[in-house]
Design a protein around this ligand. Structure first.
Ligand code: XUL
Length: 527
């Protein structure tokens, strides 16, 4: 039997497993367990617990533990050759934190194969629920940390991001202030992505540079804890955190629990976990600087690999460590599908009509008009007062179809320039990537080839590929990242859209006009 590798993605709503066999470049399995459906006793909705304050969003960490047992049960039932597993790694929803008391290390080390994980681990939490990335209740703590560190640009310069409510540091500070006794009882703070490897390896696992960068606690340049950020967050924090390591670090062999209970190979290695976005970077094959993915979802995200660490001091997006060794960026634009749908609906079109309206108008609308697509409050650039702004166009003009997509792409072009990396190719993912007119505008505005990429479970696949890479490295036979992802993370064949060189001048002119319009409207909305 050939060696195979497992990636587990503990996301907001589900736990997904992807098994890969690199020798044959085959995906062996893709299995997903939905938390609400499969573990109803925890009372979650979409994987989260409701709270009277809508800004508070937590999830029960014990549910993630129980899901792990269920997943191994499922893998065994489906006949996966667990006895041949070489390595496993984890992807976790970023920023979510798990608080463990002083019994945790010992209990993890003594898991009993005869007793389900939940029974043994029920008592290890010093905080019964985990704040997750959807929690936005820490504005006060963000302001306090920002003040202590000398302003938002300084926080970004140190940690790769300004202070954000969902980031782990502000969440830890809130816990320390709200429940000092609970904080005192906390011996270890884990991320979702380090907690599950801790269970798999039966010991407190380190945090990797990918998810570590989502905490406002890691110095993005040294790739280690930042003493000033720790001090600004909570007292005695350093001793509660594990070391930070590169993403290919082996935590150790899999715990005896999984060997005896499920027949997993005792040689199987547990590789340090990472965040779902860093794992997706690998799962999409973005392993060279300049390779970018644009995910066209409810919001649009632009993320890509870069060799050098550059940070936006304006607070545009985030810089994380990349699991491939360099850095990655993630910039979120709130008005994605939301804005495209609003325009389509206000014109009474279907998606085909929307595409036709784009194809029947010239690039940059020949300079005729612009829209700022801020139908909802926007993240990049920060706009609190919603409402689309029009220049030279009326909302009922079909040309708005082109204007909205061009605006979205132009905003990406402008607000990712701080990265100092021109995209060399873009993989378009998400629902709207099926629309040829949108891909055409994307290629022309960003001036590089665009490919469609069909993702199913890119984060879990990325975790499996990381496990494969780390195993090879620890076996003294390292592979390049290109070799690791080949055959697994490839765009849709024949989907390449090349930019039309003759559109370049029109978009250069549009950039100037768009910047002006944006500056003016930003100033006006702050007035
Ligand atoms: C990234 C973020 C989300 C979560 C989703 O900063 O908050 O993408 O990682 O799981």
């Amino acid at each position: 039997m050939q060696r195979w590798y497992l990636g587990l993605d503990s996301s907001t709503q589900s736990l997904t497993a992807v098994g890969i066999a690199p020798d044959s470049r085959k995906i062996l399995c893709e299995i997903s367990l939905n938390f609400d459906r499969e573990l109803p006793a925890y009372g979650t909705r979409n994987g989260t617990l409701r709270h009277e304050d809508p800004t508070v969003v937590h999830a029960p960490p014990l549910m993630w533990v129980e899901a792990l047992d269920k997943m191994f049960e499922r893998l065994r039932r489906e006949g996966l050759p667990l006895g041949e597993l070489a390595a496993v790694s984890v992807s976790g929803q970023q920023h979510g934190s798990v608080y463990l008391n002083e019994t945790a290390a010992d209990r993890l080390a003594r898991l009993d194969p005869a007793v389900p994980l939940v029974e043994k681990l029920r008592g290890v939490f010093s905080r019964p629920t985990s704040p997750i990335w959807m929690d936005s209740s820490t504005s006060v703590e963000c302001a306090e940390i920002t003040e202590a560190l000398g302003g938002p640009a300084e926080v970004a310069r140190r940690t790769g991001s300004a202070a954000f409510e969902r980031f782990t540091g502000p969440q830890i500070r809130k816990f320390y202030k709200m429940d000092p006794e609970g904080y005192r009882r906390t011996a270890h703070i884990a991320l979702v992505s380090s907690f599950l490897p801790s269970v798999l390896a039966g010991r407190i696992a380190p945090i990797d540079v990918g998810d570590g960068a989502g905490m406002n606690l890691m110095n993005i340049h040294t790739r280690d804890w930042d003493p000033a950020a720790l001090a600004a967050t909570a007292p005695d924090l350093r001793r509660r955190l594990p070391p930070i390591v590169e993403s290919w670090t082996v935590v150790g062999p899999i715990a005896r629990y999984f060997v005896e209970r499920y027949g997993v190979s005792p040689q199987a290695q547990v590789v340090v976990g990472s965040g779902d976005n860093p794992c997706s970077l690998v799962g999409l094959g973005l392993v060279r600087s300049g390779m970018v993915a644009i995910s066209l979802g409810t919001s649009d995200t632009y993320f890509g690999a870069m060799d050098e660490c550059r940070v936006s001091l304006e607070g545009e997006g985030h810089v994380f460590g990349s699991p491939t060794g360099g850095y990655m960026t993630l910039v979120c634009f709130k008005n994605g599908s939301l804005a495209r749908e609003r325009v389509r609906d206000q014109l009474g079109l279907d998606w085909e009509g929307f595409a036709r309206a784009i194809f029947s108008t010239p690039p940059a609308l020949g300079g005729r008009g612009l829209i700022l697509p801020w139908f909802e409050p926007e993240i990049t650039p920060k706009v609190l007062k919603p409402g689309a702004r029009y220049q030279g166009l009326r909302p009922d003009d079909p040309a708005v179809c082109r204007a909205v997509v061009e605006a979205q792409m132009m905003a990406m072009r402008i607000h990712t320039r701080w990265m100092g990396v021109r995209p060399s190719c873009i993989y378009a993912t998400g629902g709207a990537s099926a629309n040829p007119a949108i891909l055409r505008v994307m290629a022309d505005v960003h001036r590089c080839p665009v490919y469609r990429f069909e993702t199913t479970a890119s984060a879990a696949l990325g975790a499996a590929l990381r496990a494969f890479h780390a195993w090879q490295r620890s076996a003294g036979d390292p592979l390049t990242w290109e070799e690791v992802v080949r055959g697994f993370a490839e765009p849709v064949r024949d989907s390449r859209v090349d930019p039309s060189p003759e559109t370049a001048a029109a978009y250069d002119a549009m950039e100037v006009a768009y910047r002006d319009f944006e500056q003016k409207e930003l100033a006006r909305s702050q007035a």
